[in-house]
Design a protein around this ligand. Structure first.
Ligand code: 13P
Ligand code: SF4
Length: 393
């Protein structure tokens, strides 16, 4: 927790186990120097601190970050790309992760012991990640074990989850996935590649039901092969038969940003832009994915825009900062959000130039602010699950 005060009763262990929702991480208020600074001053301070730190610091920026932050990133990427970059980034003493908490945790797990990972604002959590905590996942596992052959169930967690969940899947023969490799990971888990080496017959997929469902359909499974596990209900709200017969058990979680998109948005876009191209992120509902032209992770969306013919109008179902940046950086194409009512990710948005300046100037002064650490026990098993993912794709 770096130099942050943890409220009474919220021990780091409880926070770490995911018992306390991440939004209670409580970033302390920044000194006035940062909150009252003009944007030009902040840029000057960030530039100066970055220059002084040189190769000691490496800044990673997720595609949903604001432009005022992204311009300083040494590497931009989606969750998968950034986890790979973090793993390869063995020189920098400090990795400043401009993204959200679970991403910084993964970076801490994948970087070396001589490196420290920093999240500029501790309140940059993820509401989807908070929808599955370790206690509920362990309860689900025990309930499943009472009904199914648990040795044939492979737990798969989306990258958007706490380190404790990644450790859980690592310790139970499972794996992490991201939106760019979910298909390869489920194929690995279920042996759907015809190799005959299936690791299991069923997958418990958390926390995003949409990514799980969309990937399941993509692999040729039908609605009858999937069931939603509701962690608030006994036995997930499912009867024994459904539990035994479902290939994919999908945790009832979602991304509040991507779940906003509807087929009506797609319809409205198409009637306004006949011939337009619709690209959606797989965290969108299946109803949206079904009517989209292209579906993929944030990196995929960037490639899809780059490959579209000049003059194209592209309606995108993902976070607004990426959509706006694509429109700005692709002057020969028009890129718009499918949802006319802007939908930023409020937690990604917490990381701003002021917080970036604050952590970088702290480093220059010899003070590590907002370090994110994962305890060694958790990290060991989470690393197993992350490395399994990196080896699978
Ligand atoms: P990707 O970066 O894997 O596309 O995931 C999107 C997201 O919602 C990250 O929080
Ligand atoms: Fe979480 Fe959705 Fe924001 Fe990504 S966009 S950090 S999944 S709430």
């Amino acid at each position: 927790m770096g130099d942050q005060a943890v409220p009474a009763g919220h021990t780091p262990e409880r926070l770490h186990k995911g018992v306390i929702p991440s939004m209670l991480r409580l970033q302390k208020a920044l000194p006035d120097r940062y909150t009252t600074a003009h944007p030009d001053e902040l840029s000057e301070w960030i530039g100066a601190a970055k220059a002084e730190l040189g190769s000691r610091v490496y800044i990673l920026g997720h595609h949903y970050q604001r432009d005022e932050v992204m311009r300083w990133a040494d590497a931009r990427g989606d969750s998968f790309g950034l986890s790979r970059t973090a793993a390869e980034q063995s020189e920098a003493e400090f990795v400043v992760f401009c993204g959200v908490h679970f991403m910084a945790e993964s970076a801490d797990i994948l970087t070396g012991p001589h490196q420290q990972v920093i999240l500029p604002d501790l309140n940059a959590g993820c509401s989807m990640a908070d929808m599955a905590d370790i206690d509920s996942v362990e309860e689900a596992w025990d309930s499943l074990a009472a009904v199914t052959d648990i040795d044939r169930v492979v737990p798969v967690t989306y990258m958007n989850s706490a380190a404790s969940l990644k450790a859980f899947v690592g310790a139970h023969g499972g794996v992490v996935c991201t939106s760019s490799n979910a298909r390869a990971v489920l194929t690995w888990a279920l042996g759907a590649d015809g190799s005959g080496h299936s690791r299991g017959d069923q997958v418990l997929f958390f926390p995003d039901q949409h990514l799980g469902r969309n990937t399941g359909f993509e692999l040729g499974y039908g609605a009858e092969d999937m069931a939603v596990w509701n962690p608030r209900l006994d036995q997930g709200g499912l009867d024994d038969h459904t539990l035994k017969s479902s290939t994919l058990l999908l945790w009832k979680g979602h991304c509040s940003v991507h779940q906003r998109f509807t087929p009506a948005h797609v319809e409205a876009f198409r009637s306004e832009h006949p011939g337009g191209i619709v690209v959606a992120h797989p965290e969108c509902s299946h109803e949206v994915v079904e009517v989209a032209d292209l579906v993929g992770s944030t990196d995929f969306i960037i490639r899809a825009v780059a490959e579209a013919p000049p003059g194209s109008v592209i309606g995108v179902g993902t976070e607004i900062h990426l959509v706006k940046r694509l429109d700005d950086e692709t002057p020969d194409k028009t890129v718009v959000s499918l949802d006319p009512l802007v939908c930023p990710c409020s937690t990604m948005f917490r990381v701003d130039a002021a917080h970036l300046a604050w952590v970088l100037e702290g480093l220059v002064a010899g003070e590590v602010r907002n370090r994110i650490t994962v305890d060694e026990d958790t990290a060991t098993w989470a690393r197993v699950a992350l490395e399994r993912m990196l080896a699978t794709v």
